[in-house]
Design a protein around this ligand. Structure first.
Ligand code: ADP
Ligand code: ASP
Ligand code: MG
Length: 432
């Protein structure tokens, strides 16, 4: 008998039928003799719809009220799921984040879990109940307010519960069979991975692979939780995300082919349409200007990702500096820089939100050369222009035109020999 934490994403509980399907899956796990704790997301695109509603009421909402609103989505699905389980003759009890002891800092919209005190969950488990917890939400002790963990945050709820309850595995269910070598909605030839290291998964998640939320992967890595990403709609074993010292369960390992155990140089390709590029034009090319610019940007709260400084024109002694930030942060950065234009002495600002970022990730890059050459060659043969480049130890990212991103991803995926024989299946969801 094991303790299994399962997380069901929005597309898995989109309507009454889906909720019943999930209830059956949970009950099957219980029938197999395991204790089950479930973290559940809001139904379908509920969170996006609530956000749309908020924008219609007020262009900028108070963060506290936004969290009150958004956290309601998960309360609906947790109660419905518990009811569906009851009707199958099993005992289930739902809990809000606060009731589940999900204690966070006070940052509305992106709260971090600081402690998990699952006293009530343990009581319910001891009494033989299946536990259902509302994902994505927590509670701050100082402000006594409800918080949310950031978009995709139900993954973190599940991992944090798995860590606090010392679960055997944290299963994250969504509308794809596991982690693929690329987003199967973008690259149909993407192949499912049986295993991926948590180090590679962190880079993939950080660069647009929303199949797992980056903070959940970080949390799992720090607390030694094994994640198994799999689908609600199939019986595929999914993908195991392995941290240091972890190995896949022996029963699963026995079913894998030898070749699947080899370490490829490139694990996957990630795509991200969520960034914008800001260019500071005509910056005086003297020491200290980059520091001034990025101090202003940092104070605005915008989170800078890539940076490129052009060669300065000898005639003017000026240069251009471009950087990328999440689309939602661009206005903050632009406003802050515009306010300091005279002090910094640049000529103008350009805002470009039609960019796409493509990243190639693989631990094999540490020991193999030529990955960037293959990437650039693949892009050049399709006529895709590279606007920015950045690298980490196990990742190379490029910025290209947004409307060329999907085609670029497919070509690069092929160039690294990642294509599978059959098209990947996306079972549900709108991809929103
Ligand atoms: P959920 O609502 O269950 O949390 P998400 O929509 O957050 O599900 O994540 C699943 C989606 O992630 C898939 O439908 C797929 O389009 C996208 N995705 C992006 N990159 C990958 C990848 N490398 N492997 C699998 N899915 C990916
Ligand atoms: N419902 C939240 C969202 O859509 C949290 C989640 O699904 O993980 O972001
Ligand atoms: Mg998700």
């Amino acid at each position: 008998m094991a303790l299994i934490v399962q997380k069901y994403g929005g597309s898995s509980v989109a309507d009454a039928e889906s909720i019943k399907r999930v209830a059956k899956r949970i009950v099957d796990t219980r029938r197999a003799g395991h204790d089950v704790v479930v973290a559940v997301s809001a139904m379908g695109d509920t969170t996006d719809e609530l956000l749309d509603l908020a924008h219609q009421v007020a262009p900028i909402s108070a963060p506290r009220e936004l969290d009150m609103l958004l956290s309601s989505g998960e309360r609906i699905s947790m109660a419905l799921l518990a009811m569906a389980i009851h009707s199958m003759g099993f005992e289930a009890r739902s809990f809000t984040g606060s009731q589940a002891g999900m204690i966070t800092d006070a940052t509305h919209g992106a709260a971090r879990i600081v402690d998990v005190t699952p006293v009530r969950l343990r009581e319910a488990l001891d009494e033989g109940a299946i536990v259902i917890v509302a994902g994505f939400q927590g509670f701050n002790r100082d402000t006594r307010d409800v918080t949310t963990l950031g978009r995709g945050g139900s993954d973190t709820t599940a991992v944090a519960l798995a860590a606090a309850l010392d679960a055997d595995v944290c299963e994250i269910y969504s509308d794809v069979d596991g982690i693929y070598t690329a987003d199967p909605r973008v690259v149909p030839k993407a192949r499912k991975l049986d295993v991926v290291t948590s180090e590679e998964m962190l880079e993939l998640a950080a660069n647009g692979a929303k199949v797992l939320y980056i903070r959940a992967v970080e949390y799992a890595r720090r607390h030694g939780v094994m994640i198994n990403a799999r689908s609600t709609f199939s019986s595929s074993q999914g993908t195991f995300v392995l941290g240091a010292g972890m190995s896949i369960p022996a029963a699963v390992a026995a079913t894998l082919e030898e070749s699947a155990m080899e370490e490829p140089i490139v694990a996957g390709v990630a795509t991200d349409l969520g960034q914008a590029k800001v260019t500071v034009v005509g910056v005086p090319d003297v020491p200290g200007k980059a520091a001034e610019i990025f101090t202003v940007v940092a104070k605005s709260g915008a989170n800078v990702d890539m940076i490129v400084q052009n060669v300065s024109a000898a005639a003017t002694g000026r240069t251009d500096i471009s950087f990328t930030v999440p689309k939602a942060d661009a206005a903050l950065a632009l406003r802050a820089l515009a306010a300091e234009q005279a002090g910094i002495g640049f000529e103008s600002l350009v805002h470009d939100d039609q960019i796409g970022k493509l990243s190639v990730v693989g631990a094999g890059m540490r020991t193999h050369s030529g990955v960037s050459a293959t990437l650039f060659e693949a892009l050049s043969t399709t006529g895709v222009n590279i606007e920015m480049i950045s690298t980490s130890e196990i990742r190379i990212s490029v910025v290209v035109r947004g409307d060329e991103l999907a085609e670029a991803a497919r070509v690069v995926h092929t160039a690294f020999g990642l294509d599978g024989d059959i098209d990947a299946v996306v079972h549900a969801g709108t991809g929103r």
